[in-house]
Structures are given as structure tokens and as C-alpha cells.
Design a protein around this ligand. Sequence first.
Ligand SMILES: [Cu+2]
Length: 255
Amino acid sequence: MSQTQTQDKAPWWKRKDVKETATLWVILSVLIGGLAGEVIARSMGAPASETMENTIRMMKIFTWVSAPVAGLVGAIALKSLMQKRHYGDTPPAESDHEIANSPKASAVWIVTSGLLCLFALVFGMIVMQEDAKSLQAPNAIHVNVTGQQWLWNFDYPDNAGVRSHDLYLPVDRPVIFNVSAKDVKHSFWIVQMGVKVDANPGYITQTAVTPNKIGVFDVRCAELCGLLHAYMQSQVHVVSQADYDAWIKSQGGRA
Ligand SMILES: [Cu+2]
């Protein structure tokens, strides 16, 4: 009894359980921020465009900013589970907890949440603005992308008649995709380039990217579109400008 009274009289930041929860909070925040950020970044593969580099950076920042929120919830939950156990039907005296009626705590929480949301909104808009840059590039090549159950068609309007099921792109050159669909809704996704846009029948949606790495990357459908949706995938070959010209020629185009 006397111990509870002494604890109650001490300011809240000097209480032992508060200090322990705070320590747990810091440890969990660092763990969540570090681990979750890495898992998110690595699960997408090495980035093959500046858009993807920006996206990964943004995901890492958002993870670090939200880690303390998850960390605080985890710390309080763990601390309660470990040291606030209670058996029987009579609730313990401290169950009538002060924080439940604290307008100050509510205000801090509402303002913090509001600021976090505002940060995510403004930051996201700046990154999206940056990503749209390639749409204005004067030297961009155009590719018409058509999704159908269950494959992708790539047409090269600068070289009429050239059509492929695998995408070929020159490195370091902006490309504008005019995306549409033949039958149902699909979603055009180049995983390692951070490009994902809906492919709707009867509409053309534009998106753009500048591939900055030579290699072979994954193209997938990201919208459940029927029985073989999971198999609706192909590849994008990012090659040098000379190899690209050679490929276009081999397909009957004039490079
Ligand atoms: Cu699909």
C-alpha cells in the first residue's frame, strides 16, 4: 500500500514502470524502423529507375516516421502483459487509470497524428510531382501497352507494326506508356521501376519512367483479372540505345 502511494505521488516521468516502458519504446522503434524498412526495400528487388529509388526512399522514411507509433503501442502492450497481470474478478486499484481522462494526452495524440498525416500527404505529393517529370521529356519514346486476358501487348507507335509481348527499352531514355485494355481491367506494373497504373478498357492512361539500369526486369498484372491473372507476366529488357535500335530493326521497324 505504502509503495503505491509513494509511486502515485512521484511525477509520472519518474515512475519506474514509465521509465521501463519508455526504454522498451525506444528499442522497439529502432527495431521496427530498421527491420521493416529493409524488408520493404529488399522485397522489391534492386531499383531500375529513379522513380523506384525515390519510392524506396519514401517508404523507408515513412517506416521510420511511423515506427515510434507502432513502437509505443508495442511497448505498452508488452509491459502490460509482462508486469500488469491480474488474476481474479476484482479489478486492481490502478485499473481506473488517469490517462483515460486526460485531455492533455488526447490533445498531444490528435496533434501528433495530424502532423504525421500532413507530412505523409505533402511528402507524397512532392515525390509524385517528381515522378511525373518523364511525361514532359521531349526525347521520350512512346509505347502503347494493351492488357488482355492474360498477356501484355507492346506496340511502338514510332515504328508502326512493331508489336511484342516482351518489352524492350533503351537505357537512360524517358519512355511514355499509353496504357489500355482489351477486355477487363488490368494493371500495368513494372516491379523494379516503380511503375504501376490501371489498364482500363476504352481509356488510355499515361505514365512515364526513365529506366536507368541495363538488365531484365519483371512486368506483371496487378489487378485480379480472371483465372490466369497470376500468370499474366512478362519481362522488360533494358538495353543500350544501339541494341535497342538493332532490336527495332529485327522486328521490321526503322529505328
Ligand atoms: Cu490482368
